[in-house]
Design a protein. Structure first.
Length: 287
């Protein structure tokens, strides 16, 4: 897994990540899932050597800085930050590759800044999680109550990496090598062992979610070619038939399913890479 670390400065905030592939190749910006990091894409990048692949640690994850306490982690903020990362790279047009939360962000960026996004590859999400409108007040109450207590919580310290690796394996059905990749980039040394690098605010319940109708409006607005990749069986929080119905709304979309789990791109990277290579080939043919 050959990748070069890099660091960007975006308005005084440090954004870190890994870069692999071929300079001058098709520009691909990869956005990882919630509480993951850039290492999420390392297994996949080995099978995509012709791409110029930039795998970022999103704010509050991995080696990137946490957002200032006055800046919350919100959907609009994530869209703006993604475009700022592309600007810092000097990329005007690029392909977005996202997994889970990163796929939700990527699909939103493709919808609102279509002139920048050449194509979209969305793994295990499309448009983000939703909630009924009548849950709005309760969600806000739950978020505020948790945020008010956040300062009282102490970060857990692990004496070694075995426990967090096992926890990720159990939580996400990950293989040991895949879990270890995420953990090694997701923890930091502290007195007594290791603790999480991620911003504790990322664990807060989401304050506001779009409705399904709003997300469908977003997905319908994605004009670039899009490849959606879902693992089967579906995750409980993104079930059928909703996830396939969303994919069907894409004006220029393709859907591929693979037997596997939520991190299918890590434990089955070769199979996922083949889908991506075929999709990229179709872009070349169209051009």
């Amino acid at each position: 897994m050959s990748a070069t670390p890099f660091e960007l400065n975006i308005q005084g905030q440090r954004v870190c990540g890994l870069r692999s592939g071929t300079p001058g190749g098709l520009k691909v910006l990869a956005l990882h899932g919630w509480l993951d990091n850039a290492a999420s894409f390392l297994p996949l990048s080995d099978h995509l050597p012709t791409l110029d692949m930039v795998m970022v640690d999103l704010p509050g994850h991995g080696f990137s800085d946490h957002l200032p306490l006055t800046t919350p982690y919100t959907t609009p903020q994530a869209i703006v930050y993604t475009l700022a990362i592309a600007d810092a790279l000097g990329w005007q047009r690029f392909v977005l590759l996202g997994h889970s939360m990163g796929a939700a962000i990527a699909s939103l960026v493709a919808a609102v800044a279509g002139e920048r996004v050449q194509a979209l590859v969305s793994i295990e999400a499309l448009g983000g999680l939703t909630a009924p409108a009548n849950e709005t007040v309760q969600r806000l109450r739950t978020h505020v109550a948790a945020a008010m207590k956040l300062g009282d919580k102490q970060l857990r310290v692990f004496p070694d990496l075995a426990a967090p690796v096992r926890a990720r394996m159990m939580a996400n059905q990950l293989s040991e090598p895949s879990a270890r990749l995420l953990i090694e980039r997701g923890v930091k040394p502290v007195d007594g062992g290791w603790s999480w690098r991620s911003d504790p605010r990322l664990m807060l319940p989401t304050a506001v979610r779009m409705t399904e109708e709003q997300v469908c409006d977003v997905v319908s607005a994605i004009q670039c070619p899009a490849q959606v990749i879902y693992a089967t069986p579906a995750q409980p929080y993104f079930p059928e038939p909703e996830r396939s119905q969303r994919a069907a709304l894409l004006p220029d979309g393709r859907l591929h399913t693979l037997a596997g789990h939520h991190h299918v791109h890590m434990d089955q990277p070769e199979a996922v890479a083949r889908v991506i290579i075929d999709f990229i080939g179709s872009l070349d043919d169209a051009g």
